[in-house]
Design a protein around this ligand. Structure first.
Ligand SMILES: *Cc1c(COP(=O)(O)O)cnc(C)c1O
Ligand code: SF4
Length: 465
């Protein structure tokens, strides 16, 4: 592991003086609009450690990666003079109970408002607090979608007829508390030993062979982990290999990177070139390649993001967004609307907005089905339909993605919705449970008691049929 407590080692990083100019030459600067003046101050200088870091260094992805914070101790060292010892202890204790390890870029760390960290939407996404921990619903799991069950090759999930999910790596530029793959992504924590999926470059061949042998597979989602942690040559290797398979028509590389390390698009020429060359080649073949990214809150968007997304747009790389509805982060009409209008302005297509997965250990971030439906109602119609995401629940047990409001049955009192997914698993019923904190004490008690829980589930399934 890199020594992340080290300060700014300016000598170690060779800055490429043509970085900015070579990309900027073609980039069309949109006319600034007062509604979309993204923050362009040197916000990182607000943290003591980085007060002398100039823009050139801060905008270098190697510097960002080298100075990423990967432990609570290193985090404490960075922010101890900005927060109380009680708050730091709260983070330490929260981390001991958390299924995800810590990793944060200087970019994200310096966008957090350390004068008000409790409410900060970025802090809430990445840093757990023991004091906000809520009791887990008894139906929660670490792999709620059962990805391991639908897996014909290491790191490959084949659930839908025409597309597969390929987990090419198990690491990300940051770790999110609510990760859908808490069973596998990141380092082991005190409470979770991660299942091994692919480390970068390992064991991809069986997945490629499976895709080659199955002509129904037209669409490949390359995820992980995160495509930002794949090297340029690995992006090229995966992309070229898949483009060479005649029946593969569409491909998406999934990364949260644009939201947490946007400068990479500008400073890692090899990576950006690899993606854009693939995108060009795909287009010439009548195929398509896109990036699926993961912005959750407008505070993640700065002038650096606008530049990165401008470069990708100018180079013809399509970018779509998959957000997660997170309580206290983006479950308000204002935050969700602002997120979607900023993404639309930056030519990112808001694609999905997911109901929080039924993952252990992060109940404070989940919303109920009825709250998410209200959020969808409040949001739809404010901007164009093609810029309004689908509000989706990824069904526990592997039923795939459904519109949140398309349940067959919903008991709001007990906080349980029943869905069918006839195109994916015929005749099977799938349950999504609201978090206990959204329910009355009586309903909570019915779930917590194992006997009444069995009865309750039985009754719900009967009513749904
Ligand atoms: C989400 C997902 C896909 C892609 O689904 P879309 O609805 O096309 O975005 C494919 N396979 C698996 C296993 C998935 O979870
Ligand atoms: S970036 Fe994606 S895969 Fe990585 S921790 Fe976050 S949600 Fe999980």
């Amino acid at each position: 592991m890199p020594n992340n407590i080290m300060g700014c080692d300016t000598a170690a990083i060779q800055l490429n003086p043509v970085i900015a100019s070579s990309f900027n030459a073609h980039y069309y600067e949109p006319i600034p609009s007062s509604r979309y003046l993204f923050r362009s101050d040197e916000f990182w200088r607000g943290l003591d450690r980085w007060k002398d870091i100039d823009a050139e260094l801060f905008l270098n992805h190697l510097w960002q990666e080298k100075n990423a914070i990967t432990s609570v101790a290193a985090l404490g060292d960075l922010i101890k003079n900005r927060i109380s010892t009680a708050f730091l202890r709260d983070i330490e204790e929260g981390h001991q109970l958390a299924p995800m390890s810590i990793r944060l870029t200087p970019y994200v760390l310096s966008l957090i408002d350390w004068d008000n960290p409790f409410l900060d939407p970025l802090r809430r996404q990445f840093l757990p607090l023991a004091s906000e921990k809520l009791v887990d619903h008894p139906m929660l799991k670490l792999d709620p979608m059962g990805e391991q069950n639908d897996s014909p090759a290491p790191g490959l999930t084949h659930r839908y007829p025409d597309r597969v999910l390929f987990l090419a790596t198990n690491v990300c530029p940051v770790y999110c508390r609510y990760c859908t793959r808490s069973y596998a992504v990141g380092l082991d924590t005190d409470v979770v030993t991660k299942q091994k999926i692919n480390a970068p470059g390992e064991r991809w061949e069986p997945a490629f062979r499976y895709i080659e042998a199955n002509s129904s597979v037209e669409d490949v989602v390359i995820s992980g982990g995160d495509a930002y942690r794949l090297k340029a040559r690995q992006i090229t290797e995966i992309g070229e290999r898949l483009l060479d398979i005649p029946h593969v028509r569409r491909m998406r590389f999934a990364t949260k990177g644009l939201a947490v390390l946007p400068m990479k698009v500008q400073s890692d020429h090899d990576w950006t070139d690899a993606i854009s060359r693939l995108s060009d080649r795909a287009r010439k073949m009548g195929k398509s390649i896109a990036i699926h990214t993961h912005f959750n809150h407008p505070n993640e968007i700065t002038a650096i993001t606008a530049k990165a997304l401008g470069i990708l747009y100018e180079r013809g790389v399509e970018v779509r967004n998959q957000a997660v509805i997170l309580r206290g982060v983006n479950n308000s009409k204002q935050a969700m609307h602002r997120l979607n209008e900023c993404l639309a302005y930056l030519n990112v297509r808001p694609y999905y907005c997911f109901q929080g997965d039924m993952i252990q250990g992060v109940e404070t971030l989940r919303t109920s089905i009825c709250d998410s439906i209200e959020l969808e109602k409040a949001t739809r119609g404010l901007i164009a339909g093609h810029n309004t995401p689908h509000f989706i629940v990824d069904l526990p047990g592997g039923g795939g993605k459904r519109d949140i409001h398309s349940y067959d049955y919903y008991d709001k009192q007990l906080g349980v919705a029943v869905y069918r997914a006839p195109a994916v698993k015929k005749d099977k019923l799938f349950l999504y449970c609201d978090p206990l904190h959204a329910l009355s004490p009586e309903s909570q008690a019915l779930w917590i008691n194992p006997e009444s829980r069995v009865q309750l589930l039985d009754d719900v399934l009967k009513s749904a049929k």
